[in-house]
Design a protein around this ligand. Structure first.
Ligand code: TXA
Ligand code: MG
Length: 304
């Protein structure tokens, strides 16, 4: 795939919106770092973010929206969250809040959690893209797994060139580091990631920094989970893959992208079923399968 780098113009935004609505990821500047954006309501598009980044694990992704009204359609904002949003949005603040039901956000975006990270970015290119698509956009930093965060289009090209169709070049980002993340999920606010904003002690009392990627808030099913299972034993809800069929199947065709898009939905279905245990067929560890297996191993180990 050839990766085009186009300057931030109306035509580029129209082209980027067309790609995003077609399920492709696009590199886009924000005021913090460049993000790799995808339509957050399209599970397959979000799976392509992981495929492009080669990320070996699923992390909940930040969803970008144009304004506070769009954010409150998706998440539940208590008084503390509203105060922070009013003070700092648009800007480099991500708020983790409870997720409303039936928002259309794909479960792969939140990695199965009942909370969601939301941000109103302060950058004309990302704002134009949000308005042109009319969709909430999931966007992690636009770098391959393990490389540093991109603050210029050239960094995105170096890291993800050949794996995504388009990068919008909006010059250097003004903040240069990822957004400050604060959780407002009941009780005192918690600072999850330090960033460009000085969220003072009064705003985030009970401060606990949780290392990104190792957040205690990962979804795990409430039932025991057995891996690499070819046939269900006893009262197991078997999640199949490819030729190994069960109570449900991640992908009959053995397509790993499709499996990634269905993983959290099927784990939730298995959890909600009458069966007391969950089993899952072997999933190859190539490409995005590595992230699927990482998530399954954590869930099976009962680790958060
Ligand atoms: O500045 C930024 O935030 C950039 C730009 C592109 O907006 N985005 C970014 O995304 O840094 P990412 O995916 O690299 O980092 C997202 C962080 C992860 O550490 C993730 O664990 C946390 O946000 N996060 C997202 N949703 C969460 C949730 N529901 N609960 C806890 N943590 C969450
Ligand atoms: Mg990142």
């Amino acid at each position: 795939m050839e990766t085009r780098v186009l300057p931030f113009t109306d035509e580029t935004i129209a082209e980027a919106a067309r790609l995003l609505l077609g399920g492709e990821p696009v590199g886009v500047p924000t005021e913090t770092v460049y993000g790799l954006a995808a339509d957050a309501t399209n599970a397959k598009a979000v799976a392509r973010i992981y495929a492009a980044k080669g990320r070996p694990s699923f992390n909940p992704l930040i969803v970008h929206v144009p304004d506070l009204a769009a954010a409150t359609d998706i998440g539940e904002f208590d008084e503390q969250a509203l105060a922070l949003a009013n003070k700092h949005w648009p800007g480099p603040l991500t708020l983790v809040v409870p997720l409303h039901e039936r928002t259309g956000i794909a479960s792969i975006v939140t990695a199965g959690l009942e909370t969601i990270g939301l941000r109103v970015p302060d950058h004309p290119a990302m704002q134009a893209l949000l308005r042109a698509t009319g969709r909430p956009l999931a966007a992690p930093s636009a770098n391959a797994s393990g490389s540093i965060s991109p603050t210029r289009a050239a960094h995105v090209l170096k890291s993800l060139g050949g794996r995504i169709p388009l990068v919008i070049d909006g010059g250097s980002t003004s903040r240069g580091i990822e957004s400050t993340i604060v959780a407002a999920t009941g009780g005192p606010l918690r600072l999850l990631r330090r960033g460009p904003l000085e969220v003072d002690a009064a705003e985030a009392s009970g401060e606990t920094i949780e290392a990104p990627g190792q957040l205690a808030s990962h979804y795990a099913p409430s039932k025991p989970l057995r891996l690499d299972v070819v046939s269900a034993a006893g009262e197991e809800f078997l999640i199949g893959f490819g030729d190994i069929d069960g109570d449900a199947n991640l992908s009959r065709k053995g397509d790993l992208i499709e499996a990634a898009t269905r993983l959290f939905d099927l784990l939730h279905d298995a959890d909600a079923s009458a069966k007391p245990r969950i089993a899952i067929a072997p999933v190859p560890s190539e490409a995005i399968g590595a992230a699927i297996n990482d998530r399954l191993r954590r869930a099976a180990a009962g680790r958060q």
